[in-house]
Design a protein around this ligand. Structure first.
Ligand SMILES: *[C@@H]1O[C@H](CO)[C@@H](O)[C@H](O)[C@H]1NC(C)=O
Ligand SMILES: *[C@@H]1O[C@H](CO)[C@@H](O)[C@H](O)[C@H]1NC(C)=O
Ligand SMILES: *[C@@H]1O[C@H](CO)[C@@H](O)[C@H](O)[C@H]1NC(C)=O
Length: 222
């Protein structure tokens, strides 16, 4: 469309539609092909290679594109959660049933290291190193992180947050999974170290009649 428009425009200004100066210039530079021209050709060649490799990578990515794993906390049992503001100690006992699903058809996942960390009011108070496992295509694995003990919990706002949430009936605890993965695609294994799984749990105060509601976790793996 734009071609025919340009031709028409050129025709309106002067008889021959092709502007002569431009073609003369390019012919002249081609005949005296110096180092500059060689560089130019090399540059074009490299650009073509980059584009071709880019297209191949894109196609491979579209074929094998990994979907995020799905992580879900089905049950959570908080039987103890006592913060003493004069010693800054937190006594806790929390256990979870957590499922991880690999929704991919062509990718299986080796979980070479899995650590669950529990945080309250932004500070970590416990961690649990979980067994390593292998997860095939379209498979679901159950994990059972458990945190039990007493730990110092320093932070200006902990006491305030704790007392407020105790009154409201729910403690908000974050459980994060830190993992080291290998993705297996066909015969290739790729190490994958960027990982983030974050579960924001709303836990009923121990002894209350409220029930924990299953919670979907935020996943940012790929
Ligand atoms: C900590 O506070 C409690 C009241 O909340 C008090 O009975 C207790 O004596 C305090 N402990 C210390 C070591 O100060
Ligand atoms: C922690 O809670 C679990 C139930 O979730 C219970 O079986 C276990 O005995 C508790 N541990 C302690 C030390 O209280
Ligand atoms: C999940 O993996 C286990 C062992 O790796 C296997 O026995 C089971 O059949 C798999 N389940 C599905 C749905 O593929």
């Amino acid at each position: 469309m734009s071609n025919s428009k340009q031709g028409h425009l050129n025709g309106a200004y002067y008889g021959p539609p092709v502007p002569p100066t431009q073609s003369y210039h390019s012919v002249g530079s081609r005949s005296s092909c110096g180092p500059c021209c060689l560089l130019c050709t090399l540059f074009k060649f490299i650009i073509s290679i980059v584009i071709i490799v880019g297209i191949i990578v894109l196609v491979i990515w579209l074929v094998f594109r990994p979907n995020e794993v799905k992580v879900y906390v089905g049950t959570a049992s908080l039987t103890q959660f006592a913060f003493s503001s004069n010693s800054s100690n937190l006594q806790y006992n929390l256990s979870l049933d957590m499922s991880i699903r690999n929704p991919n058809k062509r990718i299986s996942i080796y979980y070479d290291y899995v650590e669950a960390r529990a945080l309250y009011d932004g500070s970590r108070f416990a961690y649990d190193v979980l067994p390593t496992f292998y997860q095939g295509h379209k498979n679901t694995t159950m994990l059972y992180p458990a945190f039990q003990g007493t730990n110092l919990l320093l932070g200006d706002s902990v006491a305030t947050t704790y007392n407020r949430e105790k009154q409201e009936g729910y403690y908000y605890v974050d459980v994060k999974l830190y993992t080291r993965l290998r993705l297996k695609v066909w015969i290739f294994k790729i190490h994958y170290n960027k990982q983030k799984i974050d579960c924001s749990l709303k836990l009923p105060v121990p002894g209350s009649s409220a029930k924990f509601e299953g919670t979907k976790c935020d996943v940012d793996l790929f």
